[in-house]
Design a protein around this ligand. Structure first.
Ligand code: CA
Length: 257
């Protein structure tokens, strides 16, 4: 039965297609280098290309800001002292549009004040010149890793330290066990999660998830069956639920920390 489902459910097919498309569309990580000193800029570009990154560059402030605002970069390496507009100003302007853009400042200034100023404007990290290539590459990898994790975390509901749900990929993990959910199951979890401050009645779930009008006399067992299925997946013991709890006379609530 499970095998049959794997090949026929629209969700499974969609997941498989998404996986294939992600493979086809996987692209190089794009880095923008904004640096006016030609020797440093050329050196940086060589190193980054060598490490498999796709690199674009700007030689002065305003051009750097324009590329940062119009291009899609996974990371921006931003010098502080630049003709036209300094790196602090550029960082500040980028942050006004995009709070998530990873930025590493390259600074010749090593005084703590400058570093603190750069970080307070929203740079993710800084590297003081002169820097070693190895050190820079490690910093780049760390910033990219944190950015990736923060994107993943936006789709993640942590039920406890052993259990999470990935709302985007319709899967999750309970201890070492892989979980997978149908779109409808995930809709229920997401709805309960968004409203975890209060119990949700069966009627509300039927109306919000299934789209049934409230005055229709629908079999509320539909909801209970889905809840039972969800409990078998997410609970450590489905007979003693800790996450998807019943609030007597009021409905269901997602109990998260
Ligand atoms: Ca400079």
């Amino acid at each position: 039965m499970d095998v049959y489902k794997t090949f026929t459910s629209p969700t499974a097919i969609k997941q498989q297609l998404t996986g294939i498309l992600n493979g086809i569309m996987s692209r190089k990580i794009r880095i923008l280098v904004v640096e006016d000193e030609a020797a440093i800029r050329t050196g940086l570009i060589d190193v980054l290309v060598y490490h498999g990154y796709e690199v674009d560059f700007a030689e002065e402030g305003p051009a750097g800001l324009k590329k940062a605002q119009t291009g899609q970069f996974d990371l921006i390496l931003l010098d502080v002292m630049l003709p036209g507009m300094d790196g602090f100003e550029i960082c500040n302007r980028i942050r006004q549009d995009d709070r998530e853009q990873p930025i590493i400042m390259l600074t010749a200034k090593t005084s703590d004040d400058d570093i603190i100023h750069g970080l307070s404007l929203g740079a993710d990290d800084y590297v003081a010149k002169p820097f070693s290539v190895a050190q820079l590459v490690l910093r780049i990898q760390a910033v990219l890793r944190r950015a990736k994790i923060s994107i993943e975390q936006q789709h993640r509901i942590e039920l406890d330290t052993d259990t999470y749900i990935d709302t985007q990929n319709l899967n999750g993990k309970r201890k070492d066990e892989e979980l997978s959910f149908t779109r409808r199951e995930m809709d229920i979890l997401q709805y309960l999660h968004t409203h975890s401050d209060r119990p949700i009645t069966r009627d509300e779930l039927l109306s919000k998830i299934w789209g049934y009008a409230k005055d229709l006399d629908i079999e509320t067992r539909t909801v209970d069956i889905h809840v039972a299925k969800l409990r078998r997946k997410i609970e450590h013991s489905s007979s003693d639920p800790k996450f998807l709890i019943t609030v007597r006379g009021a409905g269901y609530r997602l109990n998260i920390k």
